[in-house]
Write a new protein. Structure first.
Length: 346
């Protein structure tokens, strides 16, 4: 075994120690509208001009802009008049509100909600439960009751999830050929971004978004245009209400919210409702079988600890849950991206 001198431990620890600073810089630049302003301006701007337009201090804005340059979210050009800042391609695509692939909403949800739960991570590890009570002073027994504690919070969460599927949805839906399935139910489909990707990729299919009544109402009013006739809605609680018959059920980032017992209950209901020859598509971020990574999935699993009753799992663990519910011919497809797909058939 090599000595510690062979490994750059101090540098690694310092980078990990400052990790939350990096994300908060990006979140703050998004929240203040830096990237939106630079996109709209159509030309590089000085820190003074940006500060004046956004109503911030000049000293604070200059430091924020320079940090964004260090993170490669902005580029800077030194001229005779001083430093001029512009967006990089990645910022134009993912950090501006107007981009079809914008991640603005999920970043704001992380910045203003998830961060507060993570403040109590040590308590979550000690107790093995989510931290809504400490973070927001509300009961932690019903995670989604806490998550949807106000219409504003529910809207932020739904918009955030939509932004995720705008860049990840097609990968998981194309992992298997789903064209034989014409009648699809998206359980917990939220704002409908995955449903819209599905009917775009499989135009002969129809998708019904099954979600809580208040979620369905917001989805209808703000996210799914009425002219999209291939998407329908069903109001209900899939734990407490019946699940209608369909050929395929989408469970995207659903099972990771719940413990094994509740996952088993839900999958058993899905199996009972599923037409013979139909199936269920699980969309989740899969851990390696030895749980050594990927790091993003390990971090998501910690987030499940502070926010829900669930955890991230390995492909074998999800397959075991599917088999216990009665599903067979289970196939796993790793997309090489954040989310993977598992298909089980009845």
């Amino acid at each position: 075994m090599g000595s510690t001198e062979d490994l750059d431990y101090p540098q690694t620890i310092l980078q990990y120690n400052s990790g939350f600073l990096v994300s908060k810089i990006m979140f703050t630049a998004c929240e203040l509208g830096v990237f939106d302003l630079l996109l709209e301006s159509g030309e590089p701007l000085s820190s003074d001009a940006i500060a004046a337009r956004l109503g911030t201090s000049t000293t604070g804005m200059e430091r924020l802009l320079d940090a964004c340059v260090g993170l490669k979210l902005l580029a800077v050009e030194l001229t005779q008049e001083g430093a001029l800042y512009r967006n990089t391609d990645i910022s134009n695509i993912y950090l501006t509100k107007s981009s079809p692939k914008s991640q603005y909403h999920i970043m704001m949800y992380y910045s203003n909600t998830v961060y507060l739960c993570w403040h109590y991570l040590a308590d979550a590890v000690r107790e093995g439960r989510n931290q809504y009570e400490r973070a927001f002073g509300i009961s932690s027994k019903d995670p989604f009751g806490a998550m949807y504690r106000s219409e504003e919070e529910m809207l932020k969460f739904m918009a955030g999830q939509n932004s995720v599927w705008s860049i990840c949805g097609r990968d998981v839906l194309a992992a298997f050929d789903l064209s034989p399935f014409r009648q699809i139910y998206d359980l917990g489909g939220g704002g409908g971004a995955l449903a819209r990707e599905c009917v775009s990729l499989y135009p002969n299919s129809t998708v019904t978004i099954y979600d809580l009544p208040k979620v369905v109402q917001v989805a209808k009013e703000q996210f799914v245009p009425p002219e999209e006739r291939r998407i329908a809605f069903h109001e209900g609680d899939f734990f407490n209400n019946s699940i209608p018959e369909a050929e395929l059920y989408l469970l995207s980032k659903i099972l990771h919210d719940w413990n094994d017992e509740k996952c088993g209950q839900l999958l058993a209901k899905v199996y009972k409702a599923c037409k013979p020859g139909g199936g269920v598509l699980l969309v989740e971020s899969l851990l390696n079988e030895d749980k050594s990574g990927p790091l993003e999935t390990q971090l998501y699993s910690m987030n499940m600890l502070v926010q829900t009753e669930g955890k991230e799992r390995t492909a074998a663990e999800y397959s075991k849950l599917l088999e216990a519910a009665g599903f067979r011919e289970i196939e796993v497809k790793r997309t090489g991206k954040i989310y993977d797909a598992i298909l089980g058939r009845k």
